[in-house]
Design a binder for this molecule. Structure first.
Ligand SMILES: *Cc1c(COP(=O)(O)O)cnc(C)c1O
Ligand code: SF4
Length: 432
């Protein structure tokens, strides 16, 4: 069994590979790691990161805070406070101010929290008719933290935590909403939970009479950050058997796996984990955002999809990075995302083209950048809802004025001199 060792701000200097870093580089990690969540582990450090070339290594950048992830003013503020060894309280006050400037709750996630019998269900988000998100309270951390993560307030700011304790409310909500076919366990990373927690949730779902429930999905980065969860961890076998059992009961288990880079698929451990999951009848689908400094090149994506399909994983979504946290460090324009998507899509066979995107998960829905076109002499972005708060919005192309600098839907305006996008009036009514 591989022993899990976690590293964060207080002990990262014990990582043997820190000898590759200068004192200044280590201090920079400390400064940025004081503001943004920082956690890595022995698998990422020993198996994924290429230390000979760590400054450009995607996995180093994915886990270790980088100086440029804070603006200069914030960086020097925190650096000075640390150098002067100020009282913890003073440091925390400053840290809090900076975090609140980093848009800790993007895309109005708060507005997806449903109310049942007058009670706010803080462990649930329900935005798209068929699929509800469930945040089990034991799954609100991860095997390592991604520096781009939009869930970062859950780790850093407790008051934003969306987590729920019991299965009863989950089932009550599903019974009250029979059009829900999918429950998506999310976090954090639910795969951090011990199998006994999965058992209690899954057994409750299987035992409740829920004829409409077809899919249990698990959104996880464990295949990339801790594949031993499905191989040699103490309760890995029990988890695989639980998946098999659910499958026998007619409920499909889909692992929504987060793979940012094809090299996450290179180790023996991840290959074995994928094999075990497939043998247990689990579907594995993959998704990732496009990020500068990590994967902003079509060849990386093409290689990722090809490798995935070879292992039996189904490419599912390419996302556009959210407007949160260290977004400037990772941001890729909509125009570039589209180019990356099509130049990757162009070079793979149809069997890889199950992937959808590039898509922005914004408050009205998942908006795909279909492409750039010219209509009656006006250059436009062609956009399309892949998911919408109102399902009838899906599949109706709409148009925004072309803007080569746009990185998010907020930067776009309707084309052809119109004052609103077609969905806006209804959207604002829904929020009111
Ligand atoms: C992406 C997402 C889902 C799942 O959408 P699918 O297109 O069915 O994969 C569900 N709820 C929310 C809030 C989402 O962002
Ligand atoms: S594993 Fe997922 S939830 Fe956890 S830090 Fe990374 S992106 Fe965020």
């Amino acid at each position: 069994m591989m022993k899990y060792r976690s590293f964060s701000l207080h002990n990262f200097r014990q990582i043997p590979q820190m000898e590759f870093l200068t004192e200044e580089q280590k201090f920079n990690i400390e400064v940025v790691g004081t503001v943004l969540p920082f956690k890595t582990n022995n698998y990422v450090v020993d198996e994924l990161i290429d230390w000979e070339n760590f400054e450009k290594d995607p996995f180093f950048i994915l886990n270790f805070p980088q100086k440029e992830m804070l603006d200069e003013a914030s960086f020097s503020k925190i650096a000075n406070l640390l150098k002067n060894n100020v009282p913890k309280k003073e440091l925390q006050n400053e840290v809090k101010k900076i975090r609140l400037k980093l848009n800790p709750n993007p895309a109005g996630q708060e507005s997806n929290v449903p109310v049942l019998n007058g009670k706010k269900l803080t462990g649930i988000q329900h935005k798209y008719r068929e699929t509800m998100l469930f945040f089990p309270s034991q799954g609100q951390t991860c095997h390592a933290y991604c520096t781009f993560c939009f869930r970062w307030p859950q780790f850093a700011l407790n008051e934003f935590k969306f987590a729920m304790k019991e299965a009863d409310t989950l089932i009550e909500y599903l019974k009250a909403n029979p059009h829900i076919t999918d429950v998506l366990f999310t976090g954090g990373d639910p795969a951090i939970m011990k199998t006994r927690f999965f058992e209690s949730y899954f057994n409750a779902l299987a035992d409740a009479d829920l004829p409409n429930l077809k899919n249990i999905r698990i959104g996880t980065k464990a295949l990339a950050y801790w594949p031993y969860r499905f191989t040699t961890d103490e309760d890995a076998g029990d988890l695989l058997r639980l998946f098999e059992k659910m499958k026998r009961k007619g409920i499909n288990i889909a692992l929504m796996a987060h793979f940012n880079h094809p090299d996450e698929l290179k180790t023996d451990a991840v290959k074995e984990a994928v094999k075990n999951l497939l043998a247990a009848g689990v579907q594995i689908r993959s998704q990732s955002p496009v990020m500068k400094n990590i994967n902003a090149h079509p060849d990386i994506w093409a290689r990722n999809w090809r490798e995935q399909v070879k292992l039996g994983i189904i490419p599912y979504y390419m996302f556009i990075a959210r407007d949160t946290g260290a977004q400037d460090y990772f941001a890729v324009t909509l125009q570039q995302c589209w180019q990356i998507f099509r130049n990757a899509y162009n070079q793979v066979s149809g069997i890889c083209r199950t992937v959808k995107g590039p898509s922005m998960s914004c408050s009205p829905g998942k908006v795909q950048v279909v492409g750039v076109s010219e209509i009656n002499g006006e250059k436009v972005f062609v956009l399309n809802f892949l998911q919408g708060r109102d399902p009838s919005w899906v599949g109706q192309p709409f148009f925004a004025k072309y803007n080569p600098d746009a990185i998010w839907i907020d930067d776009l305006e309707p084309a052809f001199g119109e004052s609103n996008f077609f969905f806006e009036e209804e959207y604002y009514e829904m929020l009111a």
